[in-house]
Design a protein around this ligand. Sequence first.
Ligand SMILES: C[S@@+](CC[C@H](N)C(=O)[O-])C[C@H]1O[C@@H](n2cnc3c(N)ncnc32)[C@H](O)[C@@H]1O
Length: 359
Amino acid sequence: MQGHKPTHIRDTHSLPEPQGCLINDPLRTVKYIQAGYDAIRAAMEKFPERPIRVLESGSGPYATLSMTLASLFEQGEVEFMALDIFEESIKCVYQISKVFGQSEKFPDLLVGDATTLSLEKLGKKAPHVVLCETMSPGLQVEPQVAITANFGDQMVEGGFFVPEKIDLSVAAAKLFPTRIKELGVIYSLTKEVSQRVKIAGRIDPKLLEMEQNLDVRMPLPEGLPRVDRLVLQTRLRLFGDRYLEPGESLITCPLSPFISEETRLPRGRIDWVRAKLVLGTAGSDPLKFSVGADSSQGAFPGIADSTDRSDLSDVTGPVSEVDLINGSCVGNGNWLNFRRFSKKLFEIAQKFIPPGYPD
Ligand SMILES: C[S@@+](CC[C@H](N)C(=O)[O-])C[C@H]1O[C@@H](n2cnc3c(N)ncnc32)[C@H](O)[C@@H]1O
């Protein structure tokens, strides 16, 4: 049992706020679990080695993803490594794994910083699959970019990182009725980010800062229709054809800068959109958009407003609250099973979570 006890490798500076596992964001969680399952199955087909090793980076107190997945595989087929920056979380994962009879499948419980941790230095074998959800909409504030960079090259060659790809795109939106037209992708995060920001196995702070400071000017071949606002959309390709779409979850909410009288969209022709934002923890600059015709300067007036909404008739399909609630995952067996499972998980976890710890 000794190997199952949490390993302490935490650097205690700049801790994030403690978080739960987002059981309150069920569509996100169900889709992550489905994608994790597919990724493990794909790894079992691709790699003859057993057990397949899975790292849940940023496990939270429940290790929701790996704790659920562990119950779907036999002992010896798959083993899980849970990592979180909070010791309380990892202690809780340890207790839950025992209550669920899954502790043998969790040989490694690590307290540490996922943006800097080296598995090799700890004597741990490289994982075949990494599961990671440490993000906010628009990849703002939370360290998903840095964690993807840190673990992107610490997997076995050809291993699977879930999510496989996170796209940020600019979209034109009209509020009543809600319609959204995507204008183009301005940033994609994949595990290959490691090659851009790491030197000699460590993240280079300057390269990471460059990666995270986006200033993208995007041409609009047919011009921008008159819209209420520009929004930043977040879409995750979790694994294969499993996607978490914009608006489906707390981590894919569209983001929009503050609207003010001074920051209306100019009337007339618009040839380009410029987006400026800082990803991850590197800074707190707000999201800014500017738009213009070729001859204009491209300052950052922020958000646009318009009273003339007539020329947005070509936008793709309406998005409504009902559509979001009836998203593709809701209503099938997995959803219902997860509701029952998460209730049990939550009840058990209450015994181990310190008072005041968030859900
Ligand atoms: C949103 S929760 C995800 C929990 C769980 N994996 C899930 O998907 O339901 C993100 C977790 O990442 C942890 N975290 C944030 N920054 C971290 C870091 N730099 N190193 C390790 N864990 C971190 C937080 O403490 C939190 O528990």
